[in-house]
Design a protein around this ligand. Sequence first.
Ligand SMILES: Cc1cc2nc3c(=O)[nH]c(=O)nc-3n(C[C@H](O)[C@H](O)[C@H](O)COP(=O)(O)OP(=O)(O)OC[C@H]3O[C@@H](n4cnc5c(N)ncnc54)[C@H](O)[C@@H]3O)c2cc1C
Length: 742
Amino acid sequence: MVGMSATAVRPKLESLRTLPGDDVRQILWRFTDRYDLQMLVQSARSVARGPVARLVADGGRNSHEWTPRKNELLEAFDKSGITGAFMDLEHGGFIGGPKNLVLALIAFELAWVDGGAATASLAGDLALAPIHERGTPEQVEHYMKLACPPLPGEERKHWRGAFCLTEPIPYVGVDTGMLNGKLRVAEWKDGEEPVLQAEKRGRFITNIAYANFVTAAVDSGDERIKGSCMVILEETDPGTFDRGTPTKKLVHQISSTGDPIFNLRIPASRIIGGYTVKDGIIVPNYSHGEVIESVFRRTRVTVGLMTSAHLLSAIEPVIRYQRGRFRGAETATPGSVRYQFGLQQREDALQRLADVWAAGEASASLGFAAARLFDVVDPLERERDEILRQRGITGGRATMKIMRAAEQVALELLELEPGSELRAQLESDPLVRYVMLDSEANVLCPATKLWNTGVGVNYMREAVSLMGGYGITEDCPGFLANKWMDAQLEATYEGPECVQRRQLSVTMTNPVFLAQFRQWIKEMRQVASTHPGTGACTMATAMMLWLWTLDHAQHSTDADGAKLYHGARQGVTFPLADALGWLLAARQFILDVLELEKCGPENPSVAEGLPGLLQFYADLCHLQSARASGEVGRICAEIVFGFNRHPAWDEEGYKSCYIADDLDSLEGLIPGIAACATEVIGADGSHPAKAGPCASCRGNAAQFQALRTKLDTCLTGARLAKDRAAEAISKVMIPEALDYPA
Ligand SMILES: Cc1cc2nc3c(=O)[nH]c(=O)nc-3n(C[C@H](O)[C@H](O)[C@H](O)COP(=O)(O)OP(=O)(O)OC[C@H]3O[C@@H](n4cnc5c(N)ncnc54)[C@H](O)[C@@H]3O)c2cc1C
């Protein structure tokens, strides 16, 4: 690889010429062969950088109300294909197959300009998702068609939806099991379908100003209904459909949010997924938790990508600001260094921008990898269900048994060499494939939501800071301050960080995931051997350190004998989940850059500047790997050592110290020992001025120390990479002006 291979690392390297364009992104995020998606990206972009950007520039975010001007965007979404992209072909959509990557790309394009606009579009999909994932065939057919934008000349009302889970405090929020919304039987005549009364108050419900239907989570308030479920409420149902007052948001104002109140009579056929009647009791086929799990599992990836778009969209405006900072001053005459480079004369300004850029790329890499993975898992999941149906397997226990057997095969095959015949044969079993991909998806989804948004919002602050005072004004090109705050909401909704950490703390310990993770370590070493400048070796060591620490935490206790790794001990599980996010993002970034190296030469416009681009990306990978390793090292060290009690100057602590008199005697036998001894207790009980005798490694922690030291030395070269990346940024060509208004 030019610029990245072992031999190609030479003092004068090719440099980045222009900002990465669509051709490059299509390779990195693997949609070069999807012309339909490329067209949709262009369409979504024209809406984002056209009407959305103009609305934001005209102060559309200064009001909480859903104004006619904001409402016009919905039509722009419909016309551009943004709304219809969610629908399947049979319901009037225009893109076949799974839609995870499609929706991710749309969200990315819209969030490049405004997070609220992206949310308004996504919230419609979110309202439909419970029906799409778990609805009865009739429900799917009915609501998907209603929500599909009418074709030109088609006379029919176009329905829009809202998703209503969150309730006023003290209910729902993070603990989605705590529902106050109630479903009761209003009327149930013999032989007829029951009529139900649905009472639900929502808090912070997106799209509520114009929703024609709402998918709402409710619990049973009647002994004739079992458990919870989700129901579909329509604006014309008898009773109250009060949209409530608009939420006074500081973010995402180009979406409508409010606290609605519903008290409506609905037929029981509105229970999402249907129901059965057993002994006179209505038993919904899916609890609200089951529906929500299948929905959020996909939609959270898209939210994560919104923050990635904010970060990457910041690069061009920051470069332009930095370069033009002193132009017009007497001392900055055209042609002078000050005129040409502006703030980019300064190393720190460039290096911080390199950090933002690398984080943005890594988060996009992670998010799009997750979206693509769900596109593979979705049909496989249906295949799994069909196989189980054909084998007559029903019920949780029987399903679990067969999936456990598939897990066992997966674990065995992961011990085999990749590419071996036996492995390929075992992998061809759809259940085994499903188990492997599902275990990965169960990690990548919460990791994307957690890392991209939570860490992304902090990087967004860095981006804002690089624009100085301008950064925190409405005039800031690229609306960076808006995006900074928006990212905080992206970290919050569809479950804030603690929800993702909680989920990761379970899914990341799945043996099938961990077996794959071990393979990824080997893979990173392989990559490192051919591409040493990418930080892949650092990643492999950091991944080993994380794995070692997880295993240690799972089998160790703290100073008081309490188990370290368990669900309630968030001080252990959550940081390890955070650390994993850093690893996964940096790893995926490296893999994407390898893809660019492989496929770039096939595209003439990419091939032209490829050596410089690859060198730049390799350097970004390297600095991101170094940053990720630093985080992982810090977190792991705190967990390995932080739960031991520090030795004190007491009887127990003295056991590891020398007594001054003894040391004098020993000096006669081993000359020089006194000079080396640091823990010496004087005859009068005096001791060195510090917290206590230094802690030594307990148990097998010496292995950890060896790994940690190795990880530190693995950082070799990372700052040289950052120097190069910074220099490349100072030379890259950018367009004359941003292609959307400020
Ligand atoms: C603009 C906007 C739009 C929204 N749109 C929708 C929508 O369309 N539909 C919908 O249903 N909801 C929507 N929401 C609601 C959103 O999903 C919730 O606000 C979010 O899930 C968090 O719930 P909460 O606000 O009740 O936070 P809380 O549950 O109060 O959590 C606050 C914090 O407490 C801590 N915490 C709480 N529980 C735990 C725990 N078990 N372990 C560790 N820490 C914990 C965490 O630090 C957490 O971040 C929206 C919110 C906003 C602001």
